[in-house]
Design a protein around this ligand. Sequence first.
Ligand code: SF4
Length: 245
Amino acid sequence: MGYGHRPDSLHRLQRLVVACQAENNIPIVGREQVIIGREMHWLRIDRYYRGGIEAPDTCFQPMMCVHCENAPCELVCPVAATVHSHEGLNQMVYNRCVGTRYCSNNCPYKVRRFNFLNYDALFNYEGDNAASLKLLRNPDVTVRSRGVMEKCTYCIQRITAARIDAQKEDRPIRDGEVKTACQQACPVQAIVFGNLRDRHDASVLGSSSKRFALHSGCPSSIRMTTRASAWSAAAMRARPAANSR
Ligand code: SF4
């Protein structure tokens, strides 16, 4: 599986974060937890600046688990709670996780999130809307409990649903059949996802000369070592000539 995006085309990026949060039962941990470094969202939007302080140029980089082919997080888990699937996904086995957090320390992209508290139990289900609030969880996704590590799964529940449909019809999963929640929420289709062996945008992006993988310019060649499955396309921007004022 492969994932690609064009950061220059991604509009209203926070809607991607919210789509991921709603799809994957990611708890809202609250301001106090975030201030002490316990953010939970699986997809974060990094912001970079370039140029002078008067007129800085801003770029955004969506950041989630890149499902390394050679994942450093898998090597350090003493109970094999994070493992590699035959489709190239880096998976979490929640009920095997004992919460050492070694995987988070070893992830060079810093995308793993730890359940410091039992956030679901702390959620206030009281009041007029209590009955409907209990239905807000996605029934296809496990609600994680305290002491468990989690991170982006590339919406594995959607991949599994597509696989079951394909098996029933005795065919392979179609090119572009699986859409991740963030991909679906992006109004300008800047995100592509699919089998890198299909003739899909994901493979086109994966072989484009404008693509880059995070850390690819890093002197220690982390990208070369981890072999990320997610790619970004370089932004193309028209700039006014220096003397055109
Ligand atoms: S990005 Fe981090 S969490 Fe995801 S597979 Fe690579 S090392 Fe593991």
